[in-house]
Design a protein around this ligand. Structure first.
Ligand SMILES: Nc1ncnc2c1ncn2[C@@H]1O[C@H](COP(=O)(O)OP(=O)(O)OP(=O)(O)O)[C@@H](O)[C@H]1O
Ligand SMILES: [Mg+2]
Length: 391
């Protein structure tokens, strides 16, 4: 059986462009493991309660290592990583401890993949076992393949087997992530049915007991599916029944979304040459505009013609971080608000040429009305309308 990786063997943060969650949150995970005395499902590294705390945070409260423990960290805050209802997380965790897989569905950019990774990290110690679903994903990615040179040389044997991430997760009793499962061909997706119901994979080419692999305790599947590309409608009923569905919605509260955009943008720039200063007026404007365009309605009750593009929180973070980066590279006379319309156009203009008109209509409606009501930043934005026009 392959050896499990421990956090001690992971690369150091400064050596990676995007460190995995087990590296970024190594201290929090270690602290939680130390104080976590609640019962754990077999094969889990943390109890269900500690998993939810890891992802939703402990509300600013610092946790202290147990007296007499060999801990090297002092009291530590468990940060909020997923902004959303705690009861969703509780249901996800309960599902993963049971006999069905977990399917996270929702619009793009609602943190489904992030949630999948965090759950895998908290429960299994890492999120690296993952399959990326595409129209070209072969069944090998779910079951196993062969090293053909070795297969010809030695015949079918364990050494010639190339296990899929799913098979490795079964053997090691870990969670495996299946990103965008609905993009795979239905017959490929259906390879999961027997794995999820029997918790066993047959490898008929191998002799004797090696021909069947039984999932070790702790194994389960976290899949994600995007409602925009290819929804869950093409998934077979048999496979749907093997998953508990959990819908992840955009962040409900404007202030929580603004706080997240600000902190996620700052975090994405933390390794850069200049300490990031994310302009708070910019974030407030950005989040208001994204929410108006996403929902088709402003807080004042005005109707908004929605663009066809998804105005996701993930995109808002990307815009806030791009404008902040620009300000750190070109600081002289930099006005973050003046950069907003150009970036917004980049987000909106993806699929439908009419989206430019929709954005202009938003400028001629809510932006202009707020400018007339005396908002100085909205006035500034209204003056920048020409940036949105075809040049
Ligand atoms: N509710 C949320 N809590 C925390 N972060 C969020 C939330 N919603 C969006 N984000 C931000 O969005 C980023 C990207 O999310 P992620 O890629 O996981 O979305 P996704 O739902 O998997 O999107 P897609 O369907 O396009 O794959 C996160 O890293 C985070 O910055
Ligand atoms: Mg995703």
């Amino acid at each position: 059986m392959a050896k499990k990786k421990t956090t001690d063997e992971l690369p150091r943060p400064g050596t990676m462009q995007l460190p995995p969650a087990e590296v970024r949150y190594a201290d929090e995970l270690a602290a939680l493991r130390e104080i976590d005395t609640a019962p754990r499902p077999a094969g889990w590294q943390l109890s269900p309660m500690a998993v939810v705390d890891f992802i939703c945070g402990t509300g600013g409260e610092r946790i202290r290592p147990a007296k007499g423990s060999a801990s090297t960290t002092g009291p530590i805050e468990i940060t909020e990583k997923f902004v959303g209802p705690r009861d969703i997380l509780q249901r996800c965790v309960v599902t993963l401890a049971g006999q069905r897989g977990l399917l996270l569905v929702g619009e793009p950019g609602t943190a489904k993949s992030m949630l999948g990774e965090l759950l895998a990290v908290a429960i299994s110690g890492g999120g690296a076992l993952a399959v990326q679903g595409t129209a070209g994903t072969p069944e090998d990615q779910i079951r196993y393949g062969w090293n053909y040179a070795m297969l010809l040389d030695r015949g079918p044997c364990e050494a010639a087997l190339v296990p899929s991430p799913v098979l490795t997760a079964m053997r090691q009793g870990r969670l495996v992530r299946f990103e965008e499962v609905t993009r795979c061909l239905p017959e490929v997706q259906d390879a999961l049915i027997s794995i999820l119901s029997e918790r066993r994979m047959m490898i008929p080419e191998l002799p004797g007991d090696a021909a069947s692999v039984f999932a070790a305790p702790g194994f389960n599947v976290i899949a994600t599916a995007n409602l925009r590309d290819r929804g869950v409608s093409e998934m077979s009923a048999a496979l749907k029944r093997r998953f508990n569905f959990e819908t992840i919605a955009p962040i409900g509260d404007a202030q929580r979304e603004a706080a997240l955009v600000s902190s996620a943008a700052a975090a994405s720039l933390a390794d850069g040459p200049v300490p990031p200063h994310v302009d708070q007026s910019l974030v407030q404007l950005l989040v208001t505009i994204f929410r108006d365009l996403r929902s088709g309605r402003t807080d004042e009750g005005w109707q908004v013609n929605q663009p066809s593009t998804v105005m996701s929180t993930a995109e808002a973070v990307a815009v806030a971080s791009a404008i902040t980066r620009e300000g750190s590279f070109f600081p002289s006379g930099f006005d973050p608000v003046s950069r907003l319309p150009g970036h917004l156009l980049g987000v909106v203009m993806k699929d439908d040429a009419k989206d430019r008109e929709r954005l202009l209509a938003y400028w001629d409606g809510p932006v202009r009305r707020r400018a007339e009501d005396g908002g100085p930043l909205w006035r500034r934005l209204a003056e920048l309308r020409s940036v949105l026009e075809v040049s």
